[in-house]
Unconditional design. Structure first.
Length: 182
C-alpha cells in the first residue's frame, strides 16, 4: 500500500529588506513520503527567498517535469523556476529553456560540491541561471524546526537569512555559485 503525503500548515512571514518585500503567506504543504524534513524546510526557505504574490509550490518531488516552486505571469508564462538539490545537466538545460529565470538551491555538503564541479562548465551559456548553495549545517538545523503546524518568521538582509520558529533561530548564509547575467 502506497504511503500518503503528510500535510503541514505553515504561516510564513517574510521580511526581505533586500527586495523590500513584507508579506505573510499561509501555505499548506504536502510532504511526499520520500521527502525529508530537511528538504521540505529548504523548500520553504527557497519560497521565502523568492516570495511573490504569484509564487506557488508545485507537485515537486512527485513529478519530473515541474520544479519545486514556480512563478507564472498572469498570462501563464513561466517567469521563475526554482529547483532544489542536484539536478542533472539535462534537467538544468531544459529548465533554462522553459523559464525566464531559473534558480537552483543545492545542499548536502560534499555531494553538492562534487555535483557543481561536474556541471559548472556546462552552465556558463545559461544567462538566466542562478545557483545558490546552502551549507549542510544550515539545512540540518533548518530541518530541526519542522513541525506539522508552523509559524515561521524569515528575515532577509544583505543576503543573510534568519529563520525563527517559536524560540529557536537558524542563521543561514546562501553562497552564490553562479549569478544570472545582467
Amino acid at each position: 500500500m502506497a504511503q500518503k503525503a503528510t500535510i503541514y500548515k505553515v504561516e510564513l512571514s517574510v521580511s526581505d529588506m533586500d527586495r523590500h518585500y513584507y508579506e505573510t503567506h499561509k501555505l499548506t504543504i504536502a510532504r511526499h513520503p520520500s521527502e525529508t524534513d530537511e528538504r521540505m524546510m529548504v523548500r520553504l526557505l527557497a519560497f521565502a527567498l523568492n516570495a511573490h504574490e504569484n509564487l506557488e509550490m508545485t507537485k515537486g518531488i512527485s513529478t519530473d517535469d515541474e520544479p519545486d516552486i514556480w512563478q507564472k505571469s498572469l498570462s501563464g508564462e513561466l517567469e521563475l523556476w526554482v529547483a532544489l538539490g542536484l539536478p542533472s545537466e539535462k534537467v538544468v538545460r531544459q529548465s533554462c529553456g522553459k523559464s525566464d529565470d531559473v534558480i537552483i538551491y543545492s545542499y548536502g555538503g560534499r555531494p553538492a560540491e562534487m555535483w557543481w564541479d561536474k556541471i559548472k562548465n556546462s552552465t556558463t551559456r545559461f544567462d538566466n541561471l542562478q545557483v545558490m548553495n546552502l551549507s549542510e549545517d544550515n539545512t540540518r538545523e533548518l530541518g530541526e524546526l519542522a513541525s506539522r503546524t508552523m509559524k515561521l518568521q524569515v528575515n532577509i538582509q544583505d543576503g543573510e537569512v534568519m529563520v525563527s520558529a517559536d524560540d529557536r533561530m537558524v542563521y543561514i548564509t546562501p553562497v552564490k555559485w553562479k549569478e544570472t547575467a545582467v
